[in-house]
Design a protein around this ligand. Sequence first.
Ligand code: URA
Length: 431
Amino acid sequence: MNIPDLIQKKRDGGEHTRAEIEQLVGGFTRGQVPDYQVSAWLMAVYLRGMTPRETADLTLVMAESGDMMDLSTLKNTVDKHSTGGVGDKTSLILAPMLAALGLTVAKMSGRGLAHTGGTIDKLESIPGWSPELADEPFLQQAREVGMALVGQSKDLAPADGLLYALRDVTATVDCVPLIASSIMSKKLASGAHTVILDVKVGAGAFMKTLDDARTLARAMVDIGKHAGRNVRALLTDMETPLGHMAGNSLEVQEALATLRGEGPADLVELCVLLAQEALMAHGVAEGEARERALGVLRDGSALAKFRAFVAAQGGDPTYVDQPEQLDVAPGRADITAHQDGFVTRVDALSVGKAVLVLGGGRELKGERIDPGVGVELVRKPGEAVQAGDVIARIYHRDGRGLERATELLNAGLILGAQQPDVPPIILDRVN
Ligand code: URA
């Protein structure tokens, strides 16, 4: 079929074969199909959707458009993906937990963009730590330490980068088969057999409602099934940031406290549930999986894995034991309660934007960030406050962005007379 016939087929609600998708998307990636035809096809997909089989084939075509990591020499490989949130330092805790549990995490992670943070940026606040590792040392470290984490290579699913750039300018980003295939193409190309997805729901997340998040999770789990991988998803709350800290060094400090067994309840619970899910994917019963996941936080073995991982990638491990030495910006400004009552809402998007304007995030790819700035949520939803109590603390550098960050937090931290119902961290599970 020629390209106009393929566009027409989707426009009229038809189902593509794998060969047709390869012709369109593979051809586009090789520069043989022009932008304007792919844009028209993307809009047809947006309006007509894709069947689960088509979505899986699109994902495989995108995954196979570049390098496919071969992790077959590693045992029990697990990857984790979060659809992005505020204060989400889960990977820093979960990866060493999984390594301590005998699983292998050989993972590619991203940098932050807009109001969401990225694992690589957080780890780079540890002096010396580097996300650059060639393939062989990466595999060797994963084999020996149980965990290795690198930046995303340019050649990982290049079709995704090219398609995303078109989606961004053709109003076709928010389309479940396109989002699911975009995320999963990178996961399939990254090579892990088991993938645990943390699909965030709420103000600070890509998916604002539970129904939309459920549909996305189902699509991603189905892609995994078609591709012969073991994929499980948890739907988790992102109305409120996770834990108390947002900002790079501050989040590393909180992750380390969690690995020492002193983490905030919501963050600990999420990490334990994700680790539990990974163990269950490897045949461990639920109750035992939970005990084992809690155990590696209690006995220090996850912290030891994190220390070994930092050292293996050039980081100074003394920061793991003395996290107060990390660069935290010296400026402080407090947001205080203007009335007695309860914290009813801490809007994750406002907190994420506040970190961004303080200089802790980037608006455009490639911008430098300040690891030391951020926001501490001293009080979280459901907690009682009295007028004058500190509810949030801003860590700023020489006042940069302070006025705007204060406005954002004043608008995003809501107090009320009634104690609110606080949703559980896990909202649903799809597998
Ligand atoms: N994240 C991705 O990687 N791709 C999308 O399309 C949306 C979110």
